[in-house]
Design a protein around this ligand. Structure first.
Ligand SMILES: Nc1ncnc2c1ncn2[C@@H]1O[C@H](COP(=O)(O)OP(=O)(O)OP(=O)(O)O)[C@@H](O)[C@H]1O
Ligand SMILES: [Mg+2]
Length: 361
């Protein structure tokens, strides 16, 4: 049960600034995910917490204890990597027992702890096998058992599911979530997979170029992205370029969108500039048949559709060059819009104006 605090932590590799100064507190027992593009500093942050990398500035606290200068072995951290990092020439039992032996735990206690952990991870009966005789999912369970058996203060998981196929990923992410809650262990989980992060995290940090772009619960970030990067990276979004913005009153702006005049409420980011984006989640855009010229409704033509049983996903041409996506729930037996159908897209109330210059329609 450890609260992890980063205070002004910064990391440089020579000229490369891998992490900008950052402040973050992860309360005891939280599952906190780090999500971001390759090279944004996720692994660096984990290595820093584990003690394999020294910060260029700042302090690292485990509860009230300053551990910034402690060597890795003194920090009592459990780590799991994408490539398992098991000892190939040792049995499953010896792999899991490794950390306990290094801590000079008494032999009988080691047997009890390792066997209990193997049973918890669904590995009973496999204690004598070598890693080569296990499936990928089983190897990752061994890696989890090895990390947890030492009862670490913090658990660090660096893309632990990336090497597994889709079905196993779903299964193991559930195991990680269950075990993490059962042990109440403060956990940092690095992933490339936004669905994974949305599904199992208490909170998520979106990282880009060594900077935390946004921190929040999955729902907060999905519903209230703070920037174009956040909207685009988590959950997928239609991002339409805002042109000729004009303030109507202190709370509303008028602008041109896909060649049409619009008005909407200002987001937390404030008064829009030329080039900002209006963000609409595909699930919030419900297409309807028609060609009206009503204010606040975009017109378009269905380019293609995909059927998913409970919903249909449409690509819609707004005559701007880049199609937008709308996902419509479907009642049983209801007809769907065919390619070529002219449709209307009423602007939903949750559409939000965001600063940033990334992808657009
Ligand atoms: N030992 C090192 N020496 C110099 N630069 C490094 C070193 N390790 C990492 N970097 C640089 O620091 C930045 C962050 O790297 P890091 O490995 O933390 O990224 P990441 O988010 O984990 O990426 P990925 O998703 O590809 O694993 C990158 O620009 C990387 O090239
Ligand atoms: Mg990495």
């Amino acid at each position: 049960m450890t609260t992890l605090s980063l205070r002004g932590i910064e990391c440089r590799y020579g000229e490369v600034r891998a992490l900008e100064p950052l402040d973050l507190t992860i309360p005891s027992g939280e599952l906190f995910s780090l999500l971001g593009p390759s090279g944004c500093g996720k692994t660096t942050l984990l290595r820093l917490i584990a003690g394999f990398v020294q910060p260029s500035a700042g302090q690292l606290m485990f509860d009230d204890e300053n551990v910034t200068d402690q060597p890795p072995h003194a920090r009592n951290i459990g780590m799991v990597f994408q490539d398992y990092a098991l000892f190939p020439d040792r049995s499953v039992f010896d792999n899991v027992a490794f950390g306990l032996r290094a801590r000079h735990v008494e032999k009988h206690a080691i047997r009890i702890k390792v066997e209990a952990m193997l049973a918890r991870m669904g590995l009973s009966g496999m204690a004598d096998r070598r890693p080569a005789a296990l499936s990928g999912g089983q190897r990752q369970r061994v890696a989890m058992a090895r990390a947890l058996v030492i009862e670490p203060r913090i658990l660090l998981l660096d893309e632990p599911l990336s090497a597994l196929d889709a079905k196993l990923r779903l299964e193991l992410r559930q195991v990680i979530r269950e075990v993490q809650k059962e042990f109440g262990i403060t956990t940092l989980f690095v992933t490339h997979d936004q669905d994974e992060a949305l599904a199992i995290s208490d909170r998520i940090a979106l990282l880009t170029r060594g900077r935390m772009e946004q921190v929040g619960t999955p729902q907060e970030i999905y519903d209230h992205p703070a920037s174009v990067f956040s909207a685009d990276f988590l959950g997928g979004a239609n991002l339409l370029r805002v042109a000729q913005p004009l303030l109507v009153n202190p709370r509303r702006a008028r602008y041109t969108l896909a060649g049409q005049q619009f008005e909407s409420a200002l987001g937390s980011a404030g008064i829009p500039n030329e080039g900002w984006r209006l963000c609409v989640r595909p699930q919030a855009w419900v297409p309807r048949a028609g060609t009206c010229t009503e204010h606040g409704v975009l017109r378009g033509t269905v380019l293609s559709r995909e059927f998913f049983g409970g919903h249909a996903s449409y690509l819609i041409d707004l005559y701007t060059g880049t199609p937008v996506k709308a996902i419509a729930p479907r009642e049983h037996g209801e007809a769907m819009y065919e390619p070529g159908t002219e449709i209307e897209l009423p602007l939903p109330p949750c559409a939000v104006l965001l600063p940033g210059e990334q992808a657009c329609a």
